[in-house]
Design a protein around this ligand. Structure first.
Ligand SMILES: [Zn+2]
Ligand SMILES: [Zn+2]
Length: 102
């Protein structure tokens, strides 16, 4: 999906742990809609950890919340961070993704 987005100025969207979609997990949601494989590294710039979850993130210049592969540690960050170039950003909006397929 969208790989054209600003790299800096992203933040975690808090309070999303209980949200769900028909993909079961947000990791699976990303896998279902990204046009690339689950990456070996967390989407956060300079983080070498393996991503374990699909994190809800947002950016003031990007419409809607997005999902990126992230490690649990980065998912707890409360500051702004940058994404690695080339990481696929998948919309968290179910009406644009999983709910639109059926
Ligand atoms: Zn989904
Ligand atoms: Zn990380």
């Amino acid at each position: 999906m969208n790989t054209h987005y600003p790299l800096s100025g992203w933040a975690n969207k808090g309070g999303t742990a209980t949200r769900a979609c028909s993909c079961q997990t947000w990791k699976q949601h990303w896998i279902n809609f990204a046009d690339q494989r689950w990456p070996a590294q967390c989407a956060v710039s300079a983080c070498p950890n393996a991503p374990t979850l699909g994190a809800h993130v947002y950016h003031p210049d990007v419409s809607g919340e997005q999902i990126v592969p992230m490690c649990a540690r980065c998912n707890m960050r409360t500051d702004k961070f940058s994404l690695k170039p080339g990481v696929c950003v998948v919309s968290a909006n179910r009406s644009e993704t999983c709910d639109a397929r059926s």
